[in-house]
Design a protein around this ligand. Structure first.
Ligand code: FAD
Length: 292
């Protein structure tokens, strides 16, 4: 289908984009990679009167180290994150997750900022962002603010971003020693979106116990979530498969799993446990420096 008519703006700076957003309010939409917005516009599920294309704003791109954290600009594509030496070295979970998104075309156009702002319940990054305790930076006409990942996802397609804000950057702390990470997903075969996607960051002690663990899960509920019941069951216990299987059974605790033509609620719940156990196992191997 053809989108409804709209006025197209190409601001030259973030400040100009913020002014346009303020002027046009609810009738405006930001455009980054277009891989979520344009399909919605073509289906007329979205019909913004003003499209503000931020895709050429160089200041929103790039990956760099800032005060001990890895800062990833909102316009960084999935392919750039997957290929970045800095991300692979210090934050391999994010590179691994980016490599699991859609196909090469989607990874070459889609951006991390667009994906997080869109907050699709089956998107991959949210699981990793939660497991990494990342920070999301938003700009508005009154300045910048930082939103912790744990607070960012509010509901299906809804985030903590306020009207008039632009997501500018994601910040992630580098991985510490004796830590392993893994992202494992059951993809919807046509699109690649996660029926279930599990991101794990696991730190083990010298004695082989779970020092710390974060588990982010996407695809199962209306929004991505931290599986705190799994984390609590693991912390301080031996890092071994029997323990992982027991803890993973809590993967969908307190969540009402989605049910659609791709997977029933019961199947998603079961797969959440299966993929959590697998991701824990893989993260443990990596924490011990073993090949997958
Ligand atoms: P856009 O489509 O340009 O924008 C999406 C939304 O975010 C819009 O509402 C826009 O206004 C808003 N927005 C964009 N940038 C900002 C910003 N900086 N600040 C505030 N708001 C902003 N995703 C997955 O996670 N896993 C998959 O397996 C997967 N498979 C896909 C397969 C196909 C065929 C397609 C078309 C998409 C798929 N996607 C998948 C989605 C893809 O990753 C998109 O790139 C991503 O969801 C949106 O990023 P974008 O840059 O294209 O955003």
């Amino acid at each position: 289908m053809i989108p409804a008519p709209f006025q197209y703006h190409t601001p030259k700076t973030v400040e100009e984009a913020l002014r346009l957003l303020e002027r046009h309010g609810d009738e405006a939409k930001l455009l980054a990679g277009g891989h979520s917005l344009l399909p919605l516009m073509k289906l007329r599920l979205a019909a913004p009167r003003y499209v503000i294309d931020i895709g050429r704003l160089k200041t929103l791109g790039g990956i760099r180290e800032v005060r001990g954290k890895i800062a990833i600009g909102a316009l960084t594509t999935h392919a750039e994150i997957e290929a970045s030496d800095l991300v692979r070295r210090h934050c391999p979970l994010l590179a691994e997750t980016a490599g699991e998104i859609g196909d090469a075309q989607v990874r070459n156009r889609g951006t991390v900022g667009g994906s997080l702002a869109h907050a699709d319940p089956a998107a991959d990054y949210p699981a990793a962002i939660l497991a990494l305790d990342a920070e999301i930076v938003a700009a508005s006409k009154s300045g910048h603010r930082t939103i912790p990942a744990a607070e960012f996802f509010v509901d299906m397609l809804t985030t903590k971003l306020r009207p008039g804000e632009i997501l500018t950057e994601v910040r992630v702390a580098p991985m510490s020693a004796k830590t392993g990470t893994a992202y494992m997903k059951l993809p919807q075969p046509a699109s690649g979106f996660a029926l279930v996607g599990v991101a794990v960051r696991l730190a083990i002690s010298r004695a082989g116990k779970v020092d710390d663990v974060r588990v982010g899960i996407t695809g199962v509920g209306l929004k991505a979530y931290r599986a705190t019941a799994v984390e609590n069951a693991l912390r301080g216990n031996p890092a071994e498969d029997k323990m992982f299987a027991e803890a993973a059974s809590f993967a969908a605790q307190g969540i009402e799993p989605l049910s659609d033509l791709h997977a029933s609620a019961a199947y998603r719940k079961e797969m959440a446990a299966v993929f959590t156990r697998r991701a824990l196992h893989r993260a443990l191997g990596r924490a011990r420096g073993k090949a997958d």
